[in-house]
Design a protein around this ligand. Structure first.
Ligand SMILES: NC(=O)c1ccc[n+]([C@@H]2O[C@H](COP(=O)([O-])OP(=O)(O)OC[C@H]3O[C@@H](n4cnc5c(N)ncnc54)[C@H](OP(=O)(O)O)[C@@H]3O)[C@@H](O)[C@H]2O)c1
Length: 324
């Protein structure tokens, strides 16, 4: 594994450089604050209508309208939602300096052609493997979040050094930067979102909860069993790996997992996982995401609305309120 840490990275490529962060959402906020605390000259580029201006300035960070932020920057980091990157790039491209570096925290928009960066630009990826909230809190604790890094285009001969210095400045190299590519990061991330942690696991929890309730178990007990124990197993796997987790659970749980796990996650699941990966690689998910944005996010809105009122959510809120 090609993993690089702080000590092996020269911070100089960012010294005296101005970094424009486009977007002050989940990642934009965390990366701006971490860069600022690392002594980097940061400006946050915002739309005229943005409600984030006061919050950014209260943190002691400069703001500017998108074009102005980009015009003055040596490094421009695209931290707005992926599905608007094509339009956003069209808007900022005329203001990008010749030989500037364009950075991403997800490979999607380059891998699937939303953006075809100008030939004079360095194009790099530093993709923290977790949410911005955790990226910020780990940095504040003197720790870091592991990240993937890659260079797609090295116009100046400096792209690698800028990418590594950037990963160091946002704190990720305290944990480690792992070499990857835009394609590998994008494909693996999109696959995981659909098939494993963000798509598969929550649906498994819902299916388990609904099966128990349909079988006459109370919603409270079903929730505690099927949803409430997720954090416990996640922490154990995080600390010890899957085999290590199994060492510290009861024989009953371990034997049950042995019989049931492969019965539920069988070859038909693996077949559908392979289909998901093929669809991701063919660009079908990226296209669907663009369409969803163009149509005003109808599927996401519907799913959010329906998700708030399910029996599982009502039971979750009831238990949380009782615990408070
Ligand atoms: N979420 C995560 O923790 C995470 C983890 C790893 C990688 N990533 C990657 O990081 C990138 C950012 O994701 P995110 O989840 O942090 O995004 P996000 O929270 O949805 O970003 C919201 C920000 O984007 C700005 N924005 C939206 N549309 C814009 C436009 N047309 N022009 C300019 N700014 C616009 C918003 O500005 P306003 O203030 O004007 O609304 C807001 O500041 C993505 O590439 C994502 O894949 C995210």
């Amino acid at each position: 594994m090609d993993l690089i840490r702080d000590a092996a990275i020269d911070p100089a490529p960012l010294a005296g450089k101005r970094v424009a962060i486009i977007g002050y959402g989940n990642q934009g906020r965390a990366q701006s604050l971490n860069l600022h605390d690392s002594g980097i000259d940061v400006v946050v580029g915002l739309r005229g209508s943005s409600g984030s201006r006061n919050e950014v300035e209260a943190a002691g960070i400069d703001t500017a309208l998108l074009e102005d932020a980009v015009r003055l920057a040596d490094v421009v980091m695209m931290l707005a939602p992926d599905e608007i990157h094509a339009a956003l790039y069209q808007e900022i491209a005329p203001s990008l300096r010749e030989g500037a570096a364009l950075g991403f925290s997800h490979g999607l928009s380059v891998r699937f052609g939303f953006i075809e960066p100008r030939a004079d630009l360095d194009v790099f990826l530093v993709a923290p493997k977790g949410p911005g909230t955790a990226l910020r809190s780990l940095y504040q604790q003197g720790k870091g979040m592991i990240a993937l890094w890659a260079v797609e285009q090295d116009a100046t001969g400096q792209a690698r050094d800028i990418a590594l210095a950037y990963g160091r400045a946002i704190g990720c190299a305290r944990a480690g930067l792992i070499a990857s590519s835009f394609a590998e990061e994008a494909e693996a991330d999109l696959f995981n979102e659909q098939a494993v942690v963000w798509g598969g696991v929550p649906e498994l929890l819902v299916a388990g909860f609904e099966t128990l309730v349909a079988g006459g178990i109370s919603p409270e007990v079903a929730l505690l069993e099927c949803v409430g124990e997720l954090k416990l197993i996640a922490d154990l796997i995080d600390e010890r790996g899957i085999a290590g987790m199994r060492e510290v659970i009861s024989n009953t749980a371990e034997f049950g997992a042995l019989l049931g796990g492969t019965r539920i996650i069988d070859d038909t699941v693996r077949t559908r996982m392979t289909e998901v990966l093929a669809e991701v690689r063919a660009g079908r998910f990226a296209e669907a995401l663009r369409r969803e944005e163009a149509e005003g996010y109808p599927k996401l809105e519907k799913s959010r609305e329906e998700g708030r009122t399910t029996l599982l959510e009502q039971t979750f809120r009831k238990i949380r309120e009782a615990e408070a």
